[in-house]
Design a protein around this ligand. Structure first.
Ligand SMILES: [Ca+2]
Ligand SMILES: [Ca+2]
Ligand SMILES: [Ca+2]
Length: 400
């Protein structure tokens, strides 16, 4: 009996550890909101008013998307604007990062605040960047956090990172992640895969020849848990004509899946494209056109993985299609089912409990079952109004 009980307990902890692995799957820096799970609940972070221009607020949410307690302001320093929050979790606490205007004395800086599982602040707000910085994204690899942002690399913007322990101390100094520095490297997205992280960003300029030969392209770099660059900088987009922007990366603990929007590649304005990348940084298979309906704008993609498949969501605005659409992909980057409509809303932010997906749905939230759970992807509507005004999506587009 005791052996059986011990085995049961071990199996329970095995399941627990598997579940814990699957909670950190996407951080798309271009979003004005973000959400992640700590093993029990989700923390949704979003731009809000703090009494002095914008601030950053949080709301704990259950597995069904209903609010737990009230929303709370996360930033302590409220002067000027605090914006673009990103959140990751060590499976107990959350680390929220954001950009704050003029707080560090020059332009914008990156600040962080640990939040406990019950929504209280742990320690004080702290500054993460050494030099001017904006557009933070944060991930957790099971040991430490890595916050990435765009800062100054000597030639317009570049990509930087800072490791932070779960106890809240900076580990080492901030380090440069991009190797190619000409023009802008900006809007980084970070996701863990085992001990490593993949950071992706857009590189180029709004006109002429950028790093991929024509305006902006999508590039990436694998960084070890020790903060060392592994291998060379990757060019992720294969189709290079015009601009490729707004990358977002997730991993299923095996491969990475990077999505972005590309100008005119789908034959009509913006479209959403993706590329599977191995743990070692090799492109796996060909670049994928993700949106089936191509008329007009399909952009601002977001990707999340439940540890197996991937859910890509995007905003579509065409002649006969508008709203948030989604497409599942299997672990090998193959289409699972067809593109489907999720919502009439305009905010794309999703998270997962390791099985189902929690998606922002108009003024509330919905649970989206993975196609493994239900043969035909379907949305179960669980409206859970959280008492905040509907947020306009202000993700950045190209400068031109
Ligand atoms: Ca640069
Ligand atoms: Ca390009
Ligand atoms: Ca299109």
């Amino acid at each position: 009996m005791k052996i059986f009980e011990a085995k049961s307990l071990m199996f329970f902890f095995f399941l627990l550890s598997i579940t814990m692995l699957f909670t950190q799957k996407a951080n798309c820096t271009v979003s004005i909101s973000d959400i992640t799970r700590n093993g029990n609940d989700y923390l949704f972070v979003f731009e809000d008013g703090d009494g002095n221009e914008k601030g950053v607020s949080g709301q704990l949410k259950s597995n069904t998307g209903s609010a737990i307690g009230s929303s709370f302001t996360i930033n302590t320093y409220t002067l000027n604007e605090q914006s673009k929050p990103s959140v990751a979790s060590d499976n107990t606490n959350f680390l929220v990062t954001w950009q704050s205007a003029y707080q560090d004395g020059y332009a914008s800086g990156i600040y962080g605040q640990f939040i406990s599982s019950n929504g209280s602040k742990v320690g004080s707000e702290f500054r993460i960047n050494a030099y001017t910085a904006s557009d933070p994204s944060v991930g957790y690899n099971g040991s430490n956090y890595l916050t990435v942002w765009d800062g100054q690399d000597g030639n317009y913007t570049g990509i930087y990172g800072q490791r932070i322990s779960a106890e809240g101390t900076k580990i080492g100094s901030e380090f440069q992640i991009n190797t190619y520095t000409q023009y802008d490297q900006r809007n980084p997205s970070v996701t863990p895969n085992s001990d490593n992280f993949l950071i992706t960003w857009e590189s180029g300029w709004h006109t002429g020849s950028g790093q991929d030969g024509d305006r902006h392209g999508i590039f990436g770099q694998i960084v070890s848990g020790d903060g060392a660059l592994i291998g060379s900088e990757l060019q992720i987009n294969t189709y290079t004509i015009e601009s490729q922007l707004n990358s977002c990366v997730a991993s299923n603990d095996e491969n990475y899946f990077v999505v972005w929007m590309s100008q005119d590649q789908d034959g009509n304005d913006l479209g959403v494209f993706g590329q599977l990348i191995s743990r070692n940084g090799d492109l796996v298979g060909d670049e994928i056109q993700i949106n089936t309906y191509t008329d007009g704008i399909q952009g601002e993609p977001y990707v999340v993985s439940n540890g197996d498949n991937f859910l890509v969501t995007w905003l579509s605005n065409g002649f006969s299609q508008s709203g948030i659409y989604g497409q599942f992909f299997d672990s090998n980057g193959m289409f699972l089912g067809d593109e489907f409509k999720i919502s009439n809303g305009s905010i794309i932010v999703t998270a997962t409990d390791g099985q189902n997906y929690l998606v922002r749905y108009d003024n509330g939230w919905g649970i989206l079952n993975s196609p493994e759970a239900v043969p035909e992807p379907s949305v179960i509507l669980l409206f859970a109004f959280i008492g905040i005004p509907f947020l306009m999506n202000t993700k950045k587009h190209d400068r031109n």
